[in-house]
Design a protein around this ligand. Structure first.
Ligand SMILES: Nc1nc2c(ncn2[C@@H]2O[C@H](COP(=O)(O)OP(=O)(O)OP(=O)(O)O)[C@@H](O)[C@H]2O)c(=O)[nH]1
Ligand SMILES: [Mg+2]
Ligand SMILES: [Zn+2]
Length: 360
């Protein structure tokens, strides 16, 4: 019997071939200047059936490219392919291959409906906006959460009565960097213990011009203003698991019909109920994208200089820093740090700035 280390002879060439194909796919992607959402790891390739491998390999050898005869909207994405919608037609599942190895929900893709599904994808059309973060497993790769969205709804909720805002600053940067308008929603307002403490935590965002909307999805509370902000737009809902993203979609437009589940009784955390992003197309050009809960949010292509640009609420204080290129960290005579210490500048926001700076 062959051990795991020494695969049987007849499987070994397949594995070598798989690795070769995976490497070639990555090379081809990088040549196109594209960074894959669903890049197949070499391990992932090994798990593919030999038949699929041969079909991928055959395309690599012949290099034929499908023609973009029809455009469609990507409404769902998996590791292997995407679901594409064209007006008045049934959705089609198309596979990624070496020429188009990834797409994000909200993308417009060109394809040839006459070709087999594993070769039909021809291109991903240029994106108007993107919401991206680094891949959690390989930070050198960009993971596009959603493409061509107008609005990103950043959903936060109290956990054991206390509002968790840690994710907001990072998400605000990612959203605005991608050309998307942020809408901040504090859901589960019925569970807010200390309303005054929440107001204090939210004040810096108000000062930045991001007015928080308070809602309680399951009580149908505070939904009308949010509905008006989202109507006629393409909107992506992002936030921790269990904050009520899917519940909000359902409460705003019941026809969105997303699955929801109670948070864990033990620690009040979400159960990662939504497992894949999905676009719901509603009448009147309202498009809602539900996404799985995120644990953390890395920043894509943001360095220290860019970070200071995104914290422009520090600018006034920063004019008083001793050094012009002050990083507002441990430098002597840093007026931003002093402003945070004296409370002129929200200490929580300064703390977040330091945390992000340290993580870059
Ligand atoms: N009390 C209260 N519970 C809510 C509210 N909104 C949602 N919930 C509950 O919170 C739980 C989680 O809601 P979901 O909509 O599944 O949360 P989600 O953000 O989509 O979670 P993931 O799909 O795991 O990312 C469900 O039991 C909801 O009924 C609210 O405003 N108040
Ligand atoms: Mg959900
Ligand atoms: Zn400074």
């Amino acid at each position: 019997m062959a051990s795991k280390r020494n695969p049987p002879q007849d499987q070994a060439p397949d594995r070598r071939r798989a690795r070769k194909v995976a490497r070639a796919m990555k090379r081809s992607l990088r040549k196109q200047g594209r960074r894959p959402v669903n890049e197949l790891s070499e391990g992932g390739m090994e798990k593919l059936r030999p038949g699929r491998l041969q079909s991928v390999a055959a395309q690599l050898d012949t290099g034929d490219v499908a023609e973009a005869k029809v455009d469609g909207l990507v409404v769902a994405v998996s590791r292997k392919g995407c679901t594409v919608r064209c007006a008045g037609e049934d959705d089609v599942r198309l596979w990624f291959h070496n020429h188009v190895a990834s797409a994000a929900v909200g993308d417009v893709v060109g394809f040839d409906p006459e070709l087999p599904v594993d070769r039909a994808l021809a291109c991903v059309r240029e994106r108007r906006t993107t919401l991206s973060r680094p891949d959690p497993f390989d930070p050198t790769l960009e993971r596009v959460i959603a493409a061509n969205v107008d609005v990103a709804v950043l959903v936060v909720a109290p956990s054991e009565g206390v509002l968790r805002t840690g994710l907001i600053d990072r998400m605000l940067i990612a959203v605005q960097r991608g050309g998307v308008t942020p809408v901040l929603v504090v859901n589960k307002r019925d569970l807010l213990g200390d309303v005054q403490a929440a107001e204090t935590a939210l004040a810096p965002y108000r000062d930045l011009g991001v007015e928080p909307l308070l809602s309680a999805a399951t009580l149908g509370d505070g939904l009308a203003p949010l509905r008006e902000r989202l109507r006629g737009r393409t909107c992506v809902f992002v936030g921790h698991s269990g904050v009520g993203k899917s519940s909000l979609l359902n409460a705003l437009w019941p026809e969105a019909a997303q699955e929801t589940a109670a948070v864990r009784a033990r620690d009040g955390r979400g159960r990662h109920t939504t497992t894949a992003s999905r676009l719901v197309d509603l009448p009147g050009d309202t498009r809602l994208i539900d996404t799985p809960g995120i644990r953390s949010f890395g920043l894509w292509q943001v360095d220290g200089d860019a970070l200071r640009g995104w914290f422009n609420d520090f600018d006034e204080a920063a004019a008083g820093c001793r050094f012009r290129d002050c990083r507002h960290d441990a430098e002597p005579g840093c007026a931003v740090r002093e402003a945070a210490e004296s409370g002129d500048l929200a200490p929580a926001r300064y703390a977040t700035y330091l945390r992000i700076l340290a993580s870059l």
